[in-house]
Design a protein around this ligand. Structure first.
Ligand code: GDP
Ligand code: MG
Length: 177
């Protein structure tokens, strides 16, 4: 995952938001370290993780921030959003409530973040198909209406995690170039 001696052309700050338990920390751990844990404890300590990738022959360092268990409504401070150029808005496809709260998170994002922030809606835990509570069509329709990218992911099975991040990072890259 990146040669530490290489020169960095861009650093993009991304933020992960969404209700507690939707899998934000595991999505990040899958992306930054290719690790997954089924009994992950509420996030403590580490504020962000990074991964460096190459887009169009430029090296881009993604600095990805994870909420430290502050998912209660309005508990995430404006400092968290400061400087963010991308956001991953995560719900759990097996828990309706986490999808119903997405408009709140979106509002909070729009009130605190840059107006050009690139947002992807992510329905995580797609591996739990038999427990699905939100159809892909409903989520897609919502995303289209709000002008968001959309993907379903499984941090457990490493499905679409790479794509979700690269969608956001490529869009940001194209915007600044
Ligand atoms: P956070 O509170 O949003 O950071 O959620 P966590 O990353 O701590 O995950 C909450 C729980 O969901 C943990 O038990 C994870 O192992 C589990 N989890 C996360 N991602 C997935 C996934 O893609 N599939 C399944 N089946 N479980 C997941
Ligand atoms: Mg967490």
């Amino acid at each position: 995952y990146g040669d530490p001696s290489q020169k960095i052309d861009y650093v993009f700050k991304l933020v992960l938001i969404g209700d507690s338990g939707v899998g934000k920390s595991q999505i990040l751990s899958r992306y930054a370290r290719n690790e997954f844990s089924l009994d992950s404890k509420a996030t403590i300590g580490v504020e962000f993780q990074t991964r460096t990738l190459v887009i169009d022959h430029k090296s881009v360092k993604a600095q990805i921030w994870d909420t430290a268990g502050q998912e209660r409504y309005r508990a995430v401070t404006s400092a968290y959003y400061r400087g963010a150029v991308g956001a991953m808005l995560v719900y759990d496809v097996t828990r309706r409530q986490t999808f119903d709260h997405i408009p709140r998170w979106l509002e909070e994002l729009r009130n605190n973040a840059d107006k050009n922030i690139v947002i992807i809606l992510v329905g995580n835990k797609s591996d739990l198909e038999d427990q699905r509570a939100i159809s892909m069509e409903d989520a897609k329709e919502f995303a289209e209406k709000e002008g968001l990218f959309f993907l379903e992911t499984s941090a457990l099975n490493a499905v679409n995690v790479e794509s979700a991040f690269s969608t956001v990072l490529t869009e940001i890259f194209n915007f600044v170039n």
